[in-house]
Design a protein around this ligand. Structure first.
Ligand SMILES: [Cu+2]
Length: 690
């Protein structure tokens, strides 16, 4: 792996000494305040866990500075949403640079996950996965991320690996009156500057929330002072939410998010992004009472528009200049209601979306006498999905059973004639339209005998091919250096899944062993077709998406938590993952053995944490997909936080350092072994006017 750094041209100090001493100065000052400052009691709000113990889900608290300080001692406030997700137990992130990481859950990414914003479906507009949905929101918009594994995530859409639902932060008729805050942050590893603010008004009748955040980062520096070129980015995000209550438990609310990133470098890819932009809007109607004993009737209409423009104009030498814009528009709705008695808790939901995905590629040969070449890489694919979801949580004495199902009909329509004819070169019989039926059924069980809890479940689900897998046309993948072509005749991918968790929960100590297993039939993966010739100059070959006979994935993790003192808590996780196909061949992007450990101290207005995270050597990799053996690594980080009171206002300060020993490393999920950030000092400040 060491040889790879030769490709990175610049070297510089990891951080200017001036900046380091500046941070150390603040760190010392803070420590003084922490030990000598007036000790005002923090209102530690444990919060009712709304997630039933029956679900093996994880809730990642994102929301405000304050909560980050109190509950997530190990994360840094104002870090990107990607960093929040990565700090969670269940989610991993594939990195192609410093921006727009791609979430991975149970060793599965985008096309096998359902990622939603307040239940809204959105689809990225990039054929190269440079814009996962999570890149179009920011922490300023969100309060939580709900992560559900496998078919337990079917509530929000068809999925195989699970779901991530990002909950938008709302004042929600809390009688807070006017509140506002101003937040600032800086990081030394990439000279990042973050500035954000929010202003909210809320009473029982009406609320309006507004927030804005701006981030700017230069190239980051990997361990040992190696600068990673083309890793800069600039982004801003604004959002507003409003609600009106008609008093008698009927509420109307609306939400709007605008997100734009410019000049985003992707050091692991041959292209960058000049513009990634999203408009995300929704209107909801909420009614407490509903027909015949049903309650909590919620209906939402939404629309979003994503624009993604790739750019290679900053790259010094490319074999051929390319323009690759993409667009994705989605219109959708859902309507749901609940019903319950002593034994049953029922949720019924109807939902649907209509998505338009279009992407182009224009190549400009260096020889001016050659013609430019134009292709539709996504031929204006119209996807219409309508679904019905139902769940019932049944209480049986100390135990509970959750039964759930999703049934959906999905239509594809290739709207562009030129795109359709291009695909018909490979598939002469290909129809313009197709319809698929998708189904999911799941049974989940929970019981506890005193402090010992057991969760177990069995489920089945399937998914249609993604736009890329079904209709992609010569999409270049820089990881394995192949052009990819979709196959409209792919069968739906099916998954039979089993999961179990046994845990012991004592007052001061808890330990849990959790595992899941996915037996997949018709697993969709690109396979080399030696008969085809490449389109991209320098590519090694062409792959076509195929259904593998089957694939097996399993994940096992052990997590423990120990409250050493009232103020001091230790937690640790180790996990093991494996993925193979019917011939025992390794699947790509499967995590090696990984571990993390956190020591967290919270006392009065002070918090501190010491964290360690690492992975073993990646033994099970697959060179056919561009993978090589990734080395083991361990990195450490520490942080300190402090709250100050000024009348009714609050000032929060958090400082820390990540990758303390400046390790040069990359993980299995770093595209083309792109190194991660070296030692990074950060500081965030928030002033809240209450
Ligand atoms: Cu892109």
């Amino acid at each position: 792996m060491k040889t790879k750094i030769m490709g990175l041209p610049h070297r510089r100090m990891v951080a200017e000494p001036k900046r380091v001493s500046y941070y150390i100065g603040i760190l010392c000052g803070l420590f003084f305040f922490a030990t000598h400052g007036d000790a005002q009691q923090l209102k530690v709000d444990i919060g009712q866990d709304s997630v039933l113990p029956i679900n093996l889900s994880e809730v990642i608290v994102i929301s405000s500075f304050k909560e980050t300080l109190e509950h997530n001692g190990h994360t840094k406030p104002l870090s990107t949403l990607d960093e929040y997700l990565e700090a969670s137990q269940k989610v991993n992130m594939i990195k192609r640079g410093a921006y727009a990481w791609e979430p991975v859950l149970n060793d599965m990414s985008s096309e096998r996950l359902s990622i939603t914003i307040d239940g809204m479906r959105i689809f990225g507009a990039c054929t190269d996965k440079m814009d996962p949905i999570t890149s179009y929101v920011d922490v300023s918009n969100l309060s939580e991320a709900h992560v559900c594994s496998g078919q337990q995530g079917a509530e929000h859409g068809c999925t195989i690996g699970g779901s991530i639902d990002l909950k938008v932060e709302k004042s929600n008729f809390r009688p807070t009156d006017w509140v506002g805050s101003l937040e600032m942050g800086g990081e030394s590893g990439n000279n990042a500057q973050i500035i954000g603010g929010e202003l909210n008004y809320s009473d029982e009748r009406f609320y309006v929330d507004t927030d804005i955040i701006y981030r700017n980062a230069e190239n980051y520096t990997a361990g040992g002072g190696v600068e990673v070129p083309f890793s800069q980015f600039e982004k801003y995000n604004l959002s507003t939410n409003a609600g009106y209550s008609f008093g008698d438990d009927r509420k109307l609310s609306a939400s709007f998010i605008f997100d734009e990133a410019r000049d985003v470098g992707y050091p692991a890819l041959p292209m960058d992004v000049s513009l990634a932009q999203a408009f995300i809007g929704s209107v909801s109607w909420l009614q407490k009472g509903f027909l015949g004993g049903f309650t909590d009737w919620e209906t939402k209409l939404y629309a979003n528009k994503v624009t993604h423009i790739m750019d290679d104009s900053q790259r010094p030498d490319v074999p051929i200049r390319m323009d690759m814009p993409g667009w994705s528009d989605t219109f959708g709705y859902f309507s749901q209601a609940k019903w319950k008695n002593e034994k049953h808790q029922v949720l019924l939901k109807l939902d649907g979306y209509y998505n338009l995905s279009l992407a182009e590629m224009t190549m400009y040969p260096n020889d001016p006498y050659e013609r430019t070449m134009f292709m539709l890489t996504w031929p204006d694919v119209r996807t219409l999905n309508n679904g019905f979801y139902a769940e019932d949580v049944i209480k049986i004495k100390e135990s509970s059973v959750k039964l759930s199902t999703r049934l959906a009909v999905q239509n594809f329509n290739i709207a562009d004639e030129f795109g359709l004819n291009s695909l018909r070169i490979f598939y002469p019989e290909m129809a313009r339209r197709q319809t698929r039926f998708l189904r999911s059924v799941s049974a989940q069980y929970h019981t506890n005998l005193k402090a010992v809890h057991f969760n177990g479940g069995l489920s089945y689900g399937d998914r249609a091919p993604s736009v890329t897998e079904g209709f992609g046309f010569y999409l270049f993948n820089s990881f394995d250096n192949h052009d990819y072509i979709g196959d409209p005749d792919l069968k739906n991918e099916k998954s039979l899944e089993g999961n179990a968790k046994i845990s012991l929960e004592k007052e001061r100590f808890s330990i849990g062993l959790e595992g899941n297993y996915f037996r997949m039939a018709d697993y969709i993966l690109g396979e080399i077709d030696p008969a085809l010739s490449v389109m991209t100059i320098g590519a090694d070959g062409v792959k076509i998406y195929r259904n593998l006979e089957n694939a097996d994935l399993y994940n096992v993790s052990l997590d423990t938590e120990y409250k050493i003192l009232k103020e001091l808590k230790w937690s640790g996780v180790v996990s093991y993952h494996r993925g193979t196909d019917q011939d025992g061949r390794n699947l790509p992007f499967i995590s090696p053995f990984a571990y993390s450990s956190n020591l967290q101290y919270v006392h009065m207005t002070f918090s501190g944490s010491l964290a360690m995270r690492g992975a073993g050597r990646q033994v099970n990799f697959n060179p056919d997909f561009g993978e090589d053996e990734t080395d083991a690594y361990t990195v450490f980080s520490l942080s300190l936080g402090k709250q100050f009171k000024f009348g009714s206002d609050d000032l929060y300060v958090k400082l820390g350092v990540e990758n303390l020993f400046d390790a040069y490393y990359s993980t299995y999920s770093d595209w083309k072994n792109i190194p991660r950030m070296g030692r990074n000092f950060f500081m965030t400040v928030s002033y809240a006017i209450n």
